[in-house]
Design a protein around this ligand. Sequence first.
Ligand code: OGA
Ligand code: NI
Length: 365
Amino acid sequence: MVVVSNVEFDWVKEKKEFDERKTGVKGLVDAGVTEIPRLFVHPQEVIDRYPRAKGAAVELPVIDLTGAESGGARRREVVEAISKAAREWGFFSIINHGVPLETMNAMLESIKRFHELPDEEKESLYTYERSKLVKWNSNLPAQKGDPACWRDVLNVVYTDDHLDPLEIPSACRKEMEEYVKYMIEVREVMAELFSEALGLPTDYLSKMECMKSQSISCLYYPACPEPHKTLGAPKHSDTTFLTLLIQDTLGGLQMLRDNQWVDVPPVPGALIANFGDLMQILSNDEFISVEHRVLSQLAGPRISVATFSTPSIRAAGKPFGPIKELVTHDKPAVYRDFMFEEYFQYYKTKGARVESAFDYYRINK
Ligand code: OGA
Ligand code: NI
């Protein structure tokens, strides 16, 4: 038995029943629930652990890529702006990135279309198997007693930037193919700019291939009848190198800044970028990976697409750790070297309980 808000319930049974329906959180909403099942209730003290910042939503640093190409008039200025945003914020928005607004909107619409397919058309893709390149599910927690979140997700993995298009559901195939092409272009541009912002040769990160696979989370946050009791995504930092996010107009994303939750509002046409823990480790704590979460809301569904850059197969076969050029007498390595697989296994075994793996790899704990 698990106790949430003084209510005892059979977590294992509830999870199993939910899982076997294979209709996701959207299925609960379609069935007309007016109270959220206990499986989804998060402890109030966890939801309320940090205060919400007063006043207006945060304005992220804006990186304008106009003139930022190699030899471009604003290259130096843009590298400096990224360097500052990467060290002080870990989050920024990117404008004039070359991804057409229609491509972004078409992607969001096609993801809504996928999630809203009749249940029987999505059922065959419902799984939690790690090896599946294309799957959808509700991110149910693995650890007994942990609460589930109010969202469904379609996950699509491009290994070394490749995926057989026929693996992608037809509801979003064309849009995904188009969108990922642009994500790869933006990632390559950012890899150059990040390398320069770290004082490394321009092609350093690209050559490392640490961002050469794309894991795309296509998120669907259904309207929630009791939004204050649950979360769309719990407080977490991203595990990978770089996340590029697009979201619709509903909002709900918050980042933790100075121990307060601040809203990261949608800006039409902008990409939101943030670093994952691996980038913080690689940069020996120069670039920061910042915690964030997604609130549940009465309004919905909210759609967002997070593109996580992960290593190529080749790069994953070699140890990772702070980049040697960034380790100096004055700034010794903060983290030990490790294999990518070890890193992900650690997350998997700890499940949702681990907020970040930093301490596990830190040399001076
Ligand atoms: C994530 C994430 C934010 C969002 O998937 O890791 O933080 O707005 N998503 O959906
Ligand atoms: Ni995230």
